[in-house]
Design a protein around this ligand. Sequence first.
Ligand SMILES: [Zn+2]
Ligand SMILES: [Zn+2]
Length: 290
Amino acid sequence: MLAIDHQGIAMMKDLIFPSQQIGDFSITAISDGYLSASLNLLAPIDPAQAYRMQQEAGVSDPSSIHINSYLVRGRDRTILIDAGAGGFKQWGGRLIANLALAGVQPADIDTIVLTHAHPDHIGGLVDASGDATFPQAELIVHKREVAFWEDDGHLGRASERARGNFLFARNVFEKYRDRTRLFCGHDVLPGIAAMPLPGHTAGHCGYRIESQGHSVLVWGDIVHFPQIQVARPEVSIAFDQDPVLAASTRSRLLDVVSTDELLIAGMHLGELGFARIRRAGAAYDICYEA
Ligand SMILES: [Zn+2]
Ligand SMILES: [Zn+2]
């Protein structure tokens, strides 16, 4: 009779998710599903050209955006970087079920680190009845990000669509108010350092995880359509608060990660979850890690 202990089953199930071992940390991409968008949100690029690039890359649904969260386990911590859309506007909503497949229940998460507070990253922090999904987790977020969404002047100037994002972010922050840690430097947790990546939102941050000479950069929303925006870094999306700054941050970062051959992860990098960026002439290619 085949005997598999509980840990063994968890490890077997883990194999269905893209995972990387970075020294003491295991990093697993946990899919929340997809959100439907439009290639018309991209500029400057002709939507027909954007569609062709998606098709040539073999993307089956060219206008949908995949959503990842990253589970980081190690040094006695169970950390989640971002929490998916959680079904907000019928986007995503698969995170909790997929975490369970990885052997992790919401109460097991002790820390949540946010790249930024767009609804496809914080929607999963509250459940269908509006309560906090993660009862034990400390919420760690850049001070500038929270200050932006809680500023009444910014809210007053927001479009109707953006206004909904402000109210949603404020509600989520409120649910975690008594266990939120705001930071403004680089040190977030032992082995995890923040890298401000401005443009997409005011406090948008990547996180570099380093241990035993290995590292990965979780770069948040540097791209939404990786097959287009890695090859054409000047192309921003309507979700970028400052499209020009977002494009210059993206170009600078692609230069750094390709030069350093750094392993990257990103919330909209796609189901494979991890990649490296390779310089290709004046532009870049994305090479997914097996
Ligand atoms: Zn975003
Ligand atoms: Zn996003």
